[in-house]
Design a protein around this ligand. Structure first.
Ligand code: HEM
Length: 473
């Protein structure tokens, strides 16, 4: 017997979805919050390419809760500490993820932890949490270090490389081994280029809204579906093998294969596939981008880099860091630089939701069934909360300064019952990679490189991160 699946997400055509959205907007029993509500293709295009200035401008004009019309749809944004806390913690049960304006992500990752709500979400989280406990994560350090050594081994001073590209492949290899017990050099994992398939699938989110409505051969949608099919094949074959051989480890896939509910029901193959795809999706690009953004800022802030290198030398004195060094407080300057990176560039920059009932936030009424988003990226750039928000200042995150931040001010990993389940895993992985780079090299940005950011849907450097490698001394 299989554990009951979540309520199906009705697959409606993009046009039917637009019609339903327009009907709902017209019949809303409460007026939408003030904002930029006229139809504007210019705003729609700009929002795809550069959402941050639009959000900050609307915040300054309309306050923390406002509406933007993006393409056909009215979307409510709620920014700042109070809004983040309301949506993720104090009133989280009034918001669902599944029917948010990111609902088409289910075509790629299915009904996993990210895209489900309520009781199904709670139970899935309960099943998976043991794989993300502190001790379990600490046990993955060795795999992370081995893979990082392997990736950095051939790099020499004088070389030019794309740090984003290198880290993306590294992060996928780490996820495959540490989370799923897959051998990235053997059998089916080697046959497919998972990093490129994810890139192909997620490029859907970097195309213009009207193009996302198209279906049929050659469209961004069909590229998403075909990449998803190839990734599925790899995962289903692994599930079948593991069921047939009984091979288990301490990885998430083993936990999922053996999970049962109180009636003894188990997860079906497609439920396991959805959770695996969700973790691969949520777990590799976020860490990759953070490593890239960190080294982008370090290249521009040599004094901070000097401090981090000195810390590596003083604390580690040439030995590789242990799990305790990386999970404890042994490297505080690295930690503060990492927190500041996640303030400036939180990869999961938007928390998409749909309200269930009408609600009032910061004195503003919002209808039920409205698309409502919180945004860490915009909230982390409010000057009344983070003065001089465009400056990279790791000292914002001394333990005392961090404790003084208002509740909900800093939310790179979300909050409440949907807090990122991979937070510890991601933080550890970033520290392993950053520490390994800092102990070997200095990196400068390639001549003429200027960072621009894309959302796909997580933030990443649009043109990768071309760097020049230098000897440390
Ligand atoms: C720097 C690294 C990471 C950042 C900044 C990050 C950020 C986030 C954020 C903000 C959310 C909440 C989204 C929302 O409220 O809608 C989230 C959820 C999630 N993250 Fe992460 N993440 C990171 C790494 C990872 C890793 C490594 C994994 C898996 C191994 C992972 C798996 C997930 C999953 C499954 C969820 C959904 C949780 C739920 O709804 O219960 N993330 N992440």
């Amino acid at each position: 017997m299989a554990i009951a699946a979540p309520p199906p997400l009705e697959h409606v055509s993009p046009l039917a979805l637009i019609a339903a959205d327009l009907r709902r907007q017209r019949s809303a029993e409460v007026a939408y919050p003030p904002g930029e509500t006229d139809f504007s293709m210019a705003r729609t295009v700009r929002f795809s390419n550069e959402p941050l200035p639009i959000l900050l401008d609307a915040y300054h004009r309309h306050g923390p809760v406002f509406t933007l019309r993006i393409f056909h749809g009215l979307i409510v944004f709620a920014l700042g500490p109070q809004a983040n806390h309301h949506i993720t913690v104090s009133h989280a049960s009034n918001f669902i993820w599944r029917e948010s304006h990111f609902r088409d992500l289910t075509a790629l990752i299915g009904d996993g932890l990210l895209t489900t709500d309520g009781e199904y979400h709670r139970r899935s989280r309960q099943i998976m949490l043991p794989a993300f406990h502190r001790e379990q994560i600490a046990a993955t350090v060795e795999t992370m270090q081995q893979e990082t050594e392997r990736a950095l081994d051939h790099i020499r001073p004088g070389q030019r490389l794309d740090l984003y590209f290198l880290t993306r492949r590294l992060a996928l290899r780490i996820a495959m081994r540490a989370l799923f017990g897959l051998d990235p050099d053997g059998g089916r994992a080697q046959e497919i280029d998972a990093a490129s398939l994810f890139e192909q699938a997620l490029s859907f989110y970097s195309t213009l809204y009207p193009l996302r409505m198209l279906r049929g051969p050659g469209t961004p949608w069909s590229r998403l579906i075909s990449a998803s099919r190839r990734l599925n094949r790899m995962i289903y074959e692994e599930i079948r093998d593991r069921r047939a051989s009984g091979r288990r480890g301490s990885d998430v896939m083993s936990l999922l294969l053996d999970a049962t509910d109180e009636d003894g029901a188990a997860l079906s193959d497609s439920q396991i596939r959805d959770e695996v795809m969700t973790l691969l999706f949520a777990g590799h690009d976020t860490t990759t981008s953070t490593v890239s953004f960190l080294f982008h800022e370090l290249a521009r802030n040599p004094t901070v880099t000097d401090r981090l290198i000195a810390e590596q030398d003083e604390v580690l004195a040439g030995r590789p860091p242990t799990g305790a060094d990386l999970t404890g407080t042994a490297l505080p300057h690295l930690e503060m630089a990492l927190e500041e990176t996640l303030r400036m560039y939180p990869p999961a920059w938007i928390g998409p939701r749909r309200s269930i009932e009408p609600f009032t936030l910061c004195g503003v009424d919002v209808p039920g069934e409205a698309y409502v988003n919180y945004s860490s990226w915009a909230s982390h750039h409010l000057p009344d909360v983070f003065p001089e928000p465009d400056r990279f200042l790791p000292e914002r995150f001394t333990p005392e300064a961090k404790a003084a931040l208002p509740k909900g001010a800093y939310v790179p990993f979300g909050g409440g019952s949907r807090t990122c389940i991979g937070m510890r895993f991601g933080q550890l992985e970033i520290r392993v990679i950053a520490s390994a780079i800092l102990s070997r090299f200095r990196l400068s940005l390639a001549d003429g490189f200027h960072l621009t950011i894309r959302q796909m849907p997580t933030l990443s450097p649009r043109d990768g991160l071309p760097v020049i490698v230098h000897a440390r001394d």
